[in-house]
Design a protein around this ligand. Sequence first.
Ligand code: RIB
Ligand code: CA
Length: 312
Amino acid sequence: MPQKIIIDTDPGVDDTMAIFFALESPELDLIGLTTIFGNVDTELATTNALRLLEIAGRTDIPVAKGADHPLVRPFGGGVAFVHGDDGQGNVHLPPPQTKAIAQSAAEFIIEQVMRAPGEITLVPVGPLTNIALALRLEPRIAQNVKEVVLMGGNALCPGNATPAAEANIHNDPEAADVVFGGTWPVTMVGLDVTHQVNMTRAHLAQYGAADNPIAQHIAQIVPHYQHYFESAYGADGIYVHDSSAVAYVIDPSLFTVERWPVRVETQGFSRGKTWPNMLSFELPPWENRPLVTCCVGVDGAGVVELELSRLT
Ligand code: RIB
Ligand code: CA
């Protein structure tokens, strides 16, 4: 039976690739998208989510709009220099014909998880505000979700939004600390591994050569995103962030993991840094925190091959 998943997303170019990757993977059954600010504001994230499902011919899948701002501080704005003003590489798609459902993201997550105990994996690939709100609204989802597999954080490596923090966590550190503190199975697919998953120019060229609407859309939106990685990191192509979380759900054997309690810094210039306690003894503020499955290694080529095999 395919694994039921809900992707919580701020589309976003790599979010787009992750959503299409999930839709084209027979191991997965994408039962809904919930939207959040991050790469763009939540309104535009919702519009983009609707547009992507139309491109994929999957308007049967519901979209539930999420929070407009983080738990504590205001939203700092999108990252047009990475994802484009429209979150889609500045291709400026026509408006969607479909609309989001009336339920909020948190309400949708709660209803779906409580209706199918142990069956649903949450795959947040944006800031964790909706996930924290859902957990606060209905704490029992912690016992009824199958797993939370999130793209975010940086255990042993520098950040990408600041020297300290990864973008999704940096956008709502308070929400992330709630999620990592929940009594549910959480897997962190952070920069420790996503910066080892390199989709090169040669790989990316396969999208343009593939005769299907999904690959063609990716080929149109990637160039702007690719320019950011090439200028910021001198990369050949892009690093695969959100799709790495989808790949983990499909085939966790592509990753090596450690189990540590994780706290999130919410103060000072390291705000948003995820700190695992790798020491062999309990100490505040990690004491009595659940263990998080932290990805520390990955077969990067295997992840790239898996995604390309589904999308091209
Ligand atoms: O740090 C990478 C993450 O931030 C990805 O989810 C990307 O889409 C942005 O949201
Ligand atoms: Ca994202």
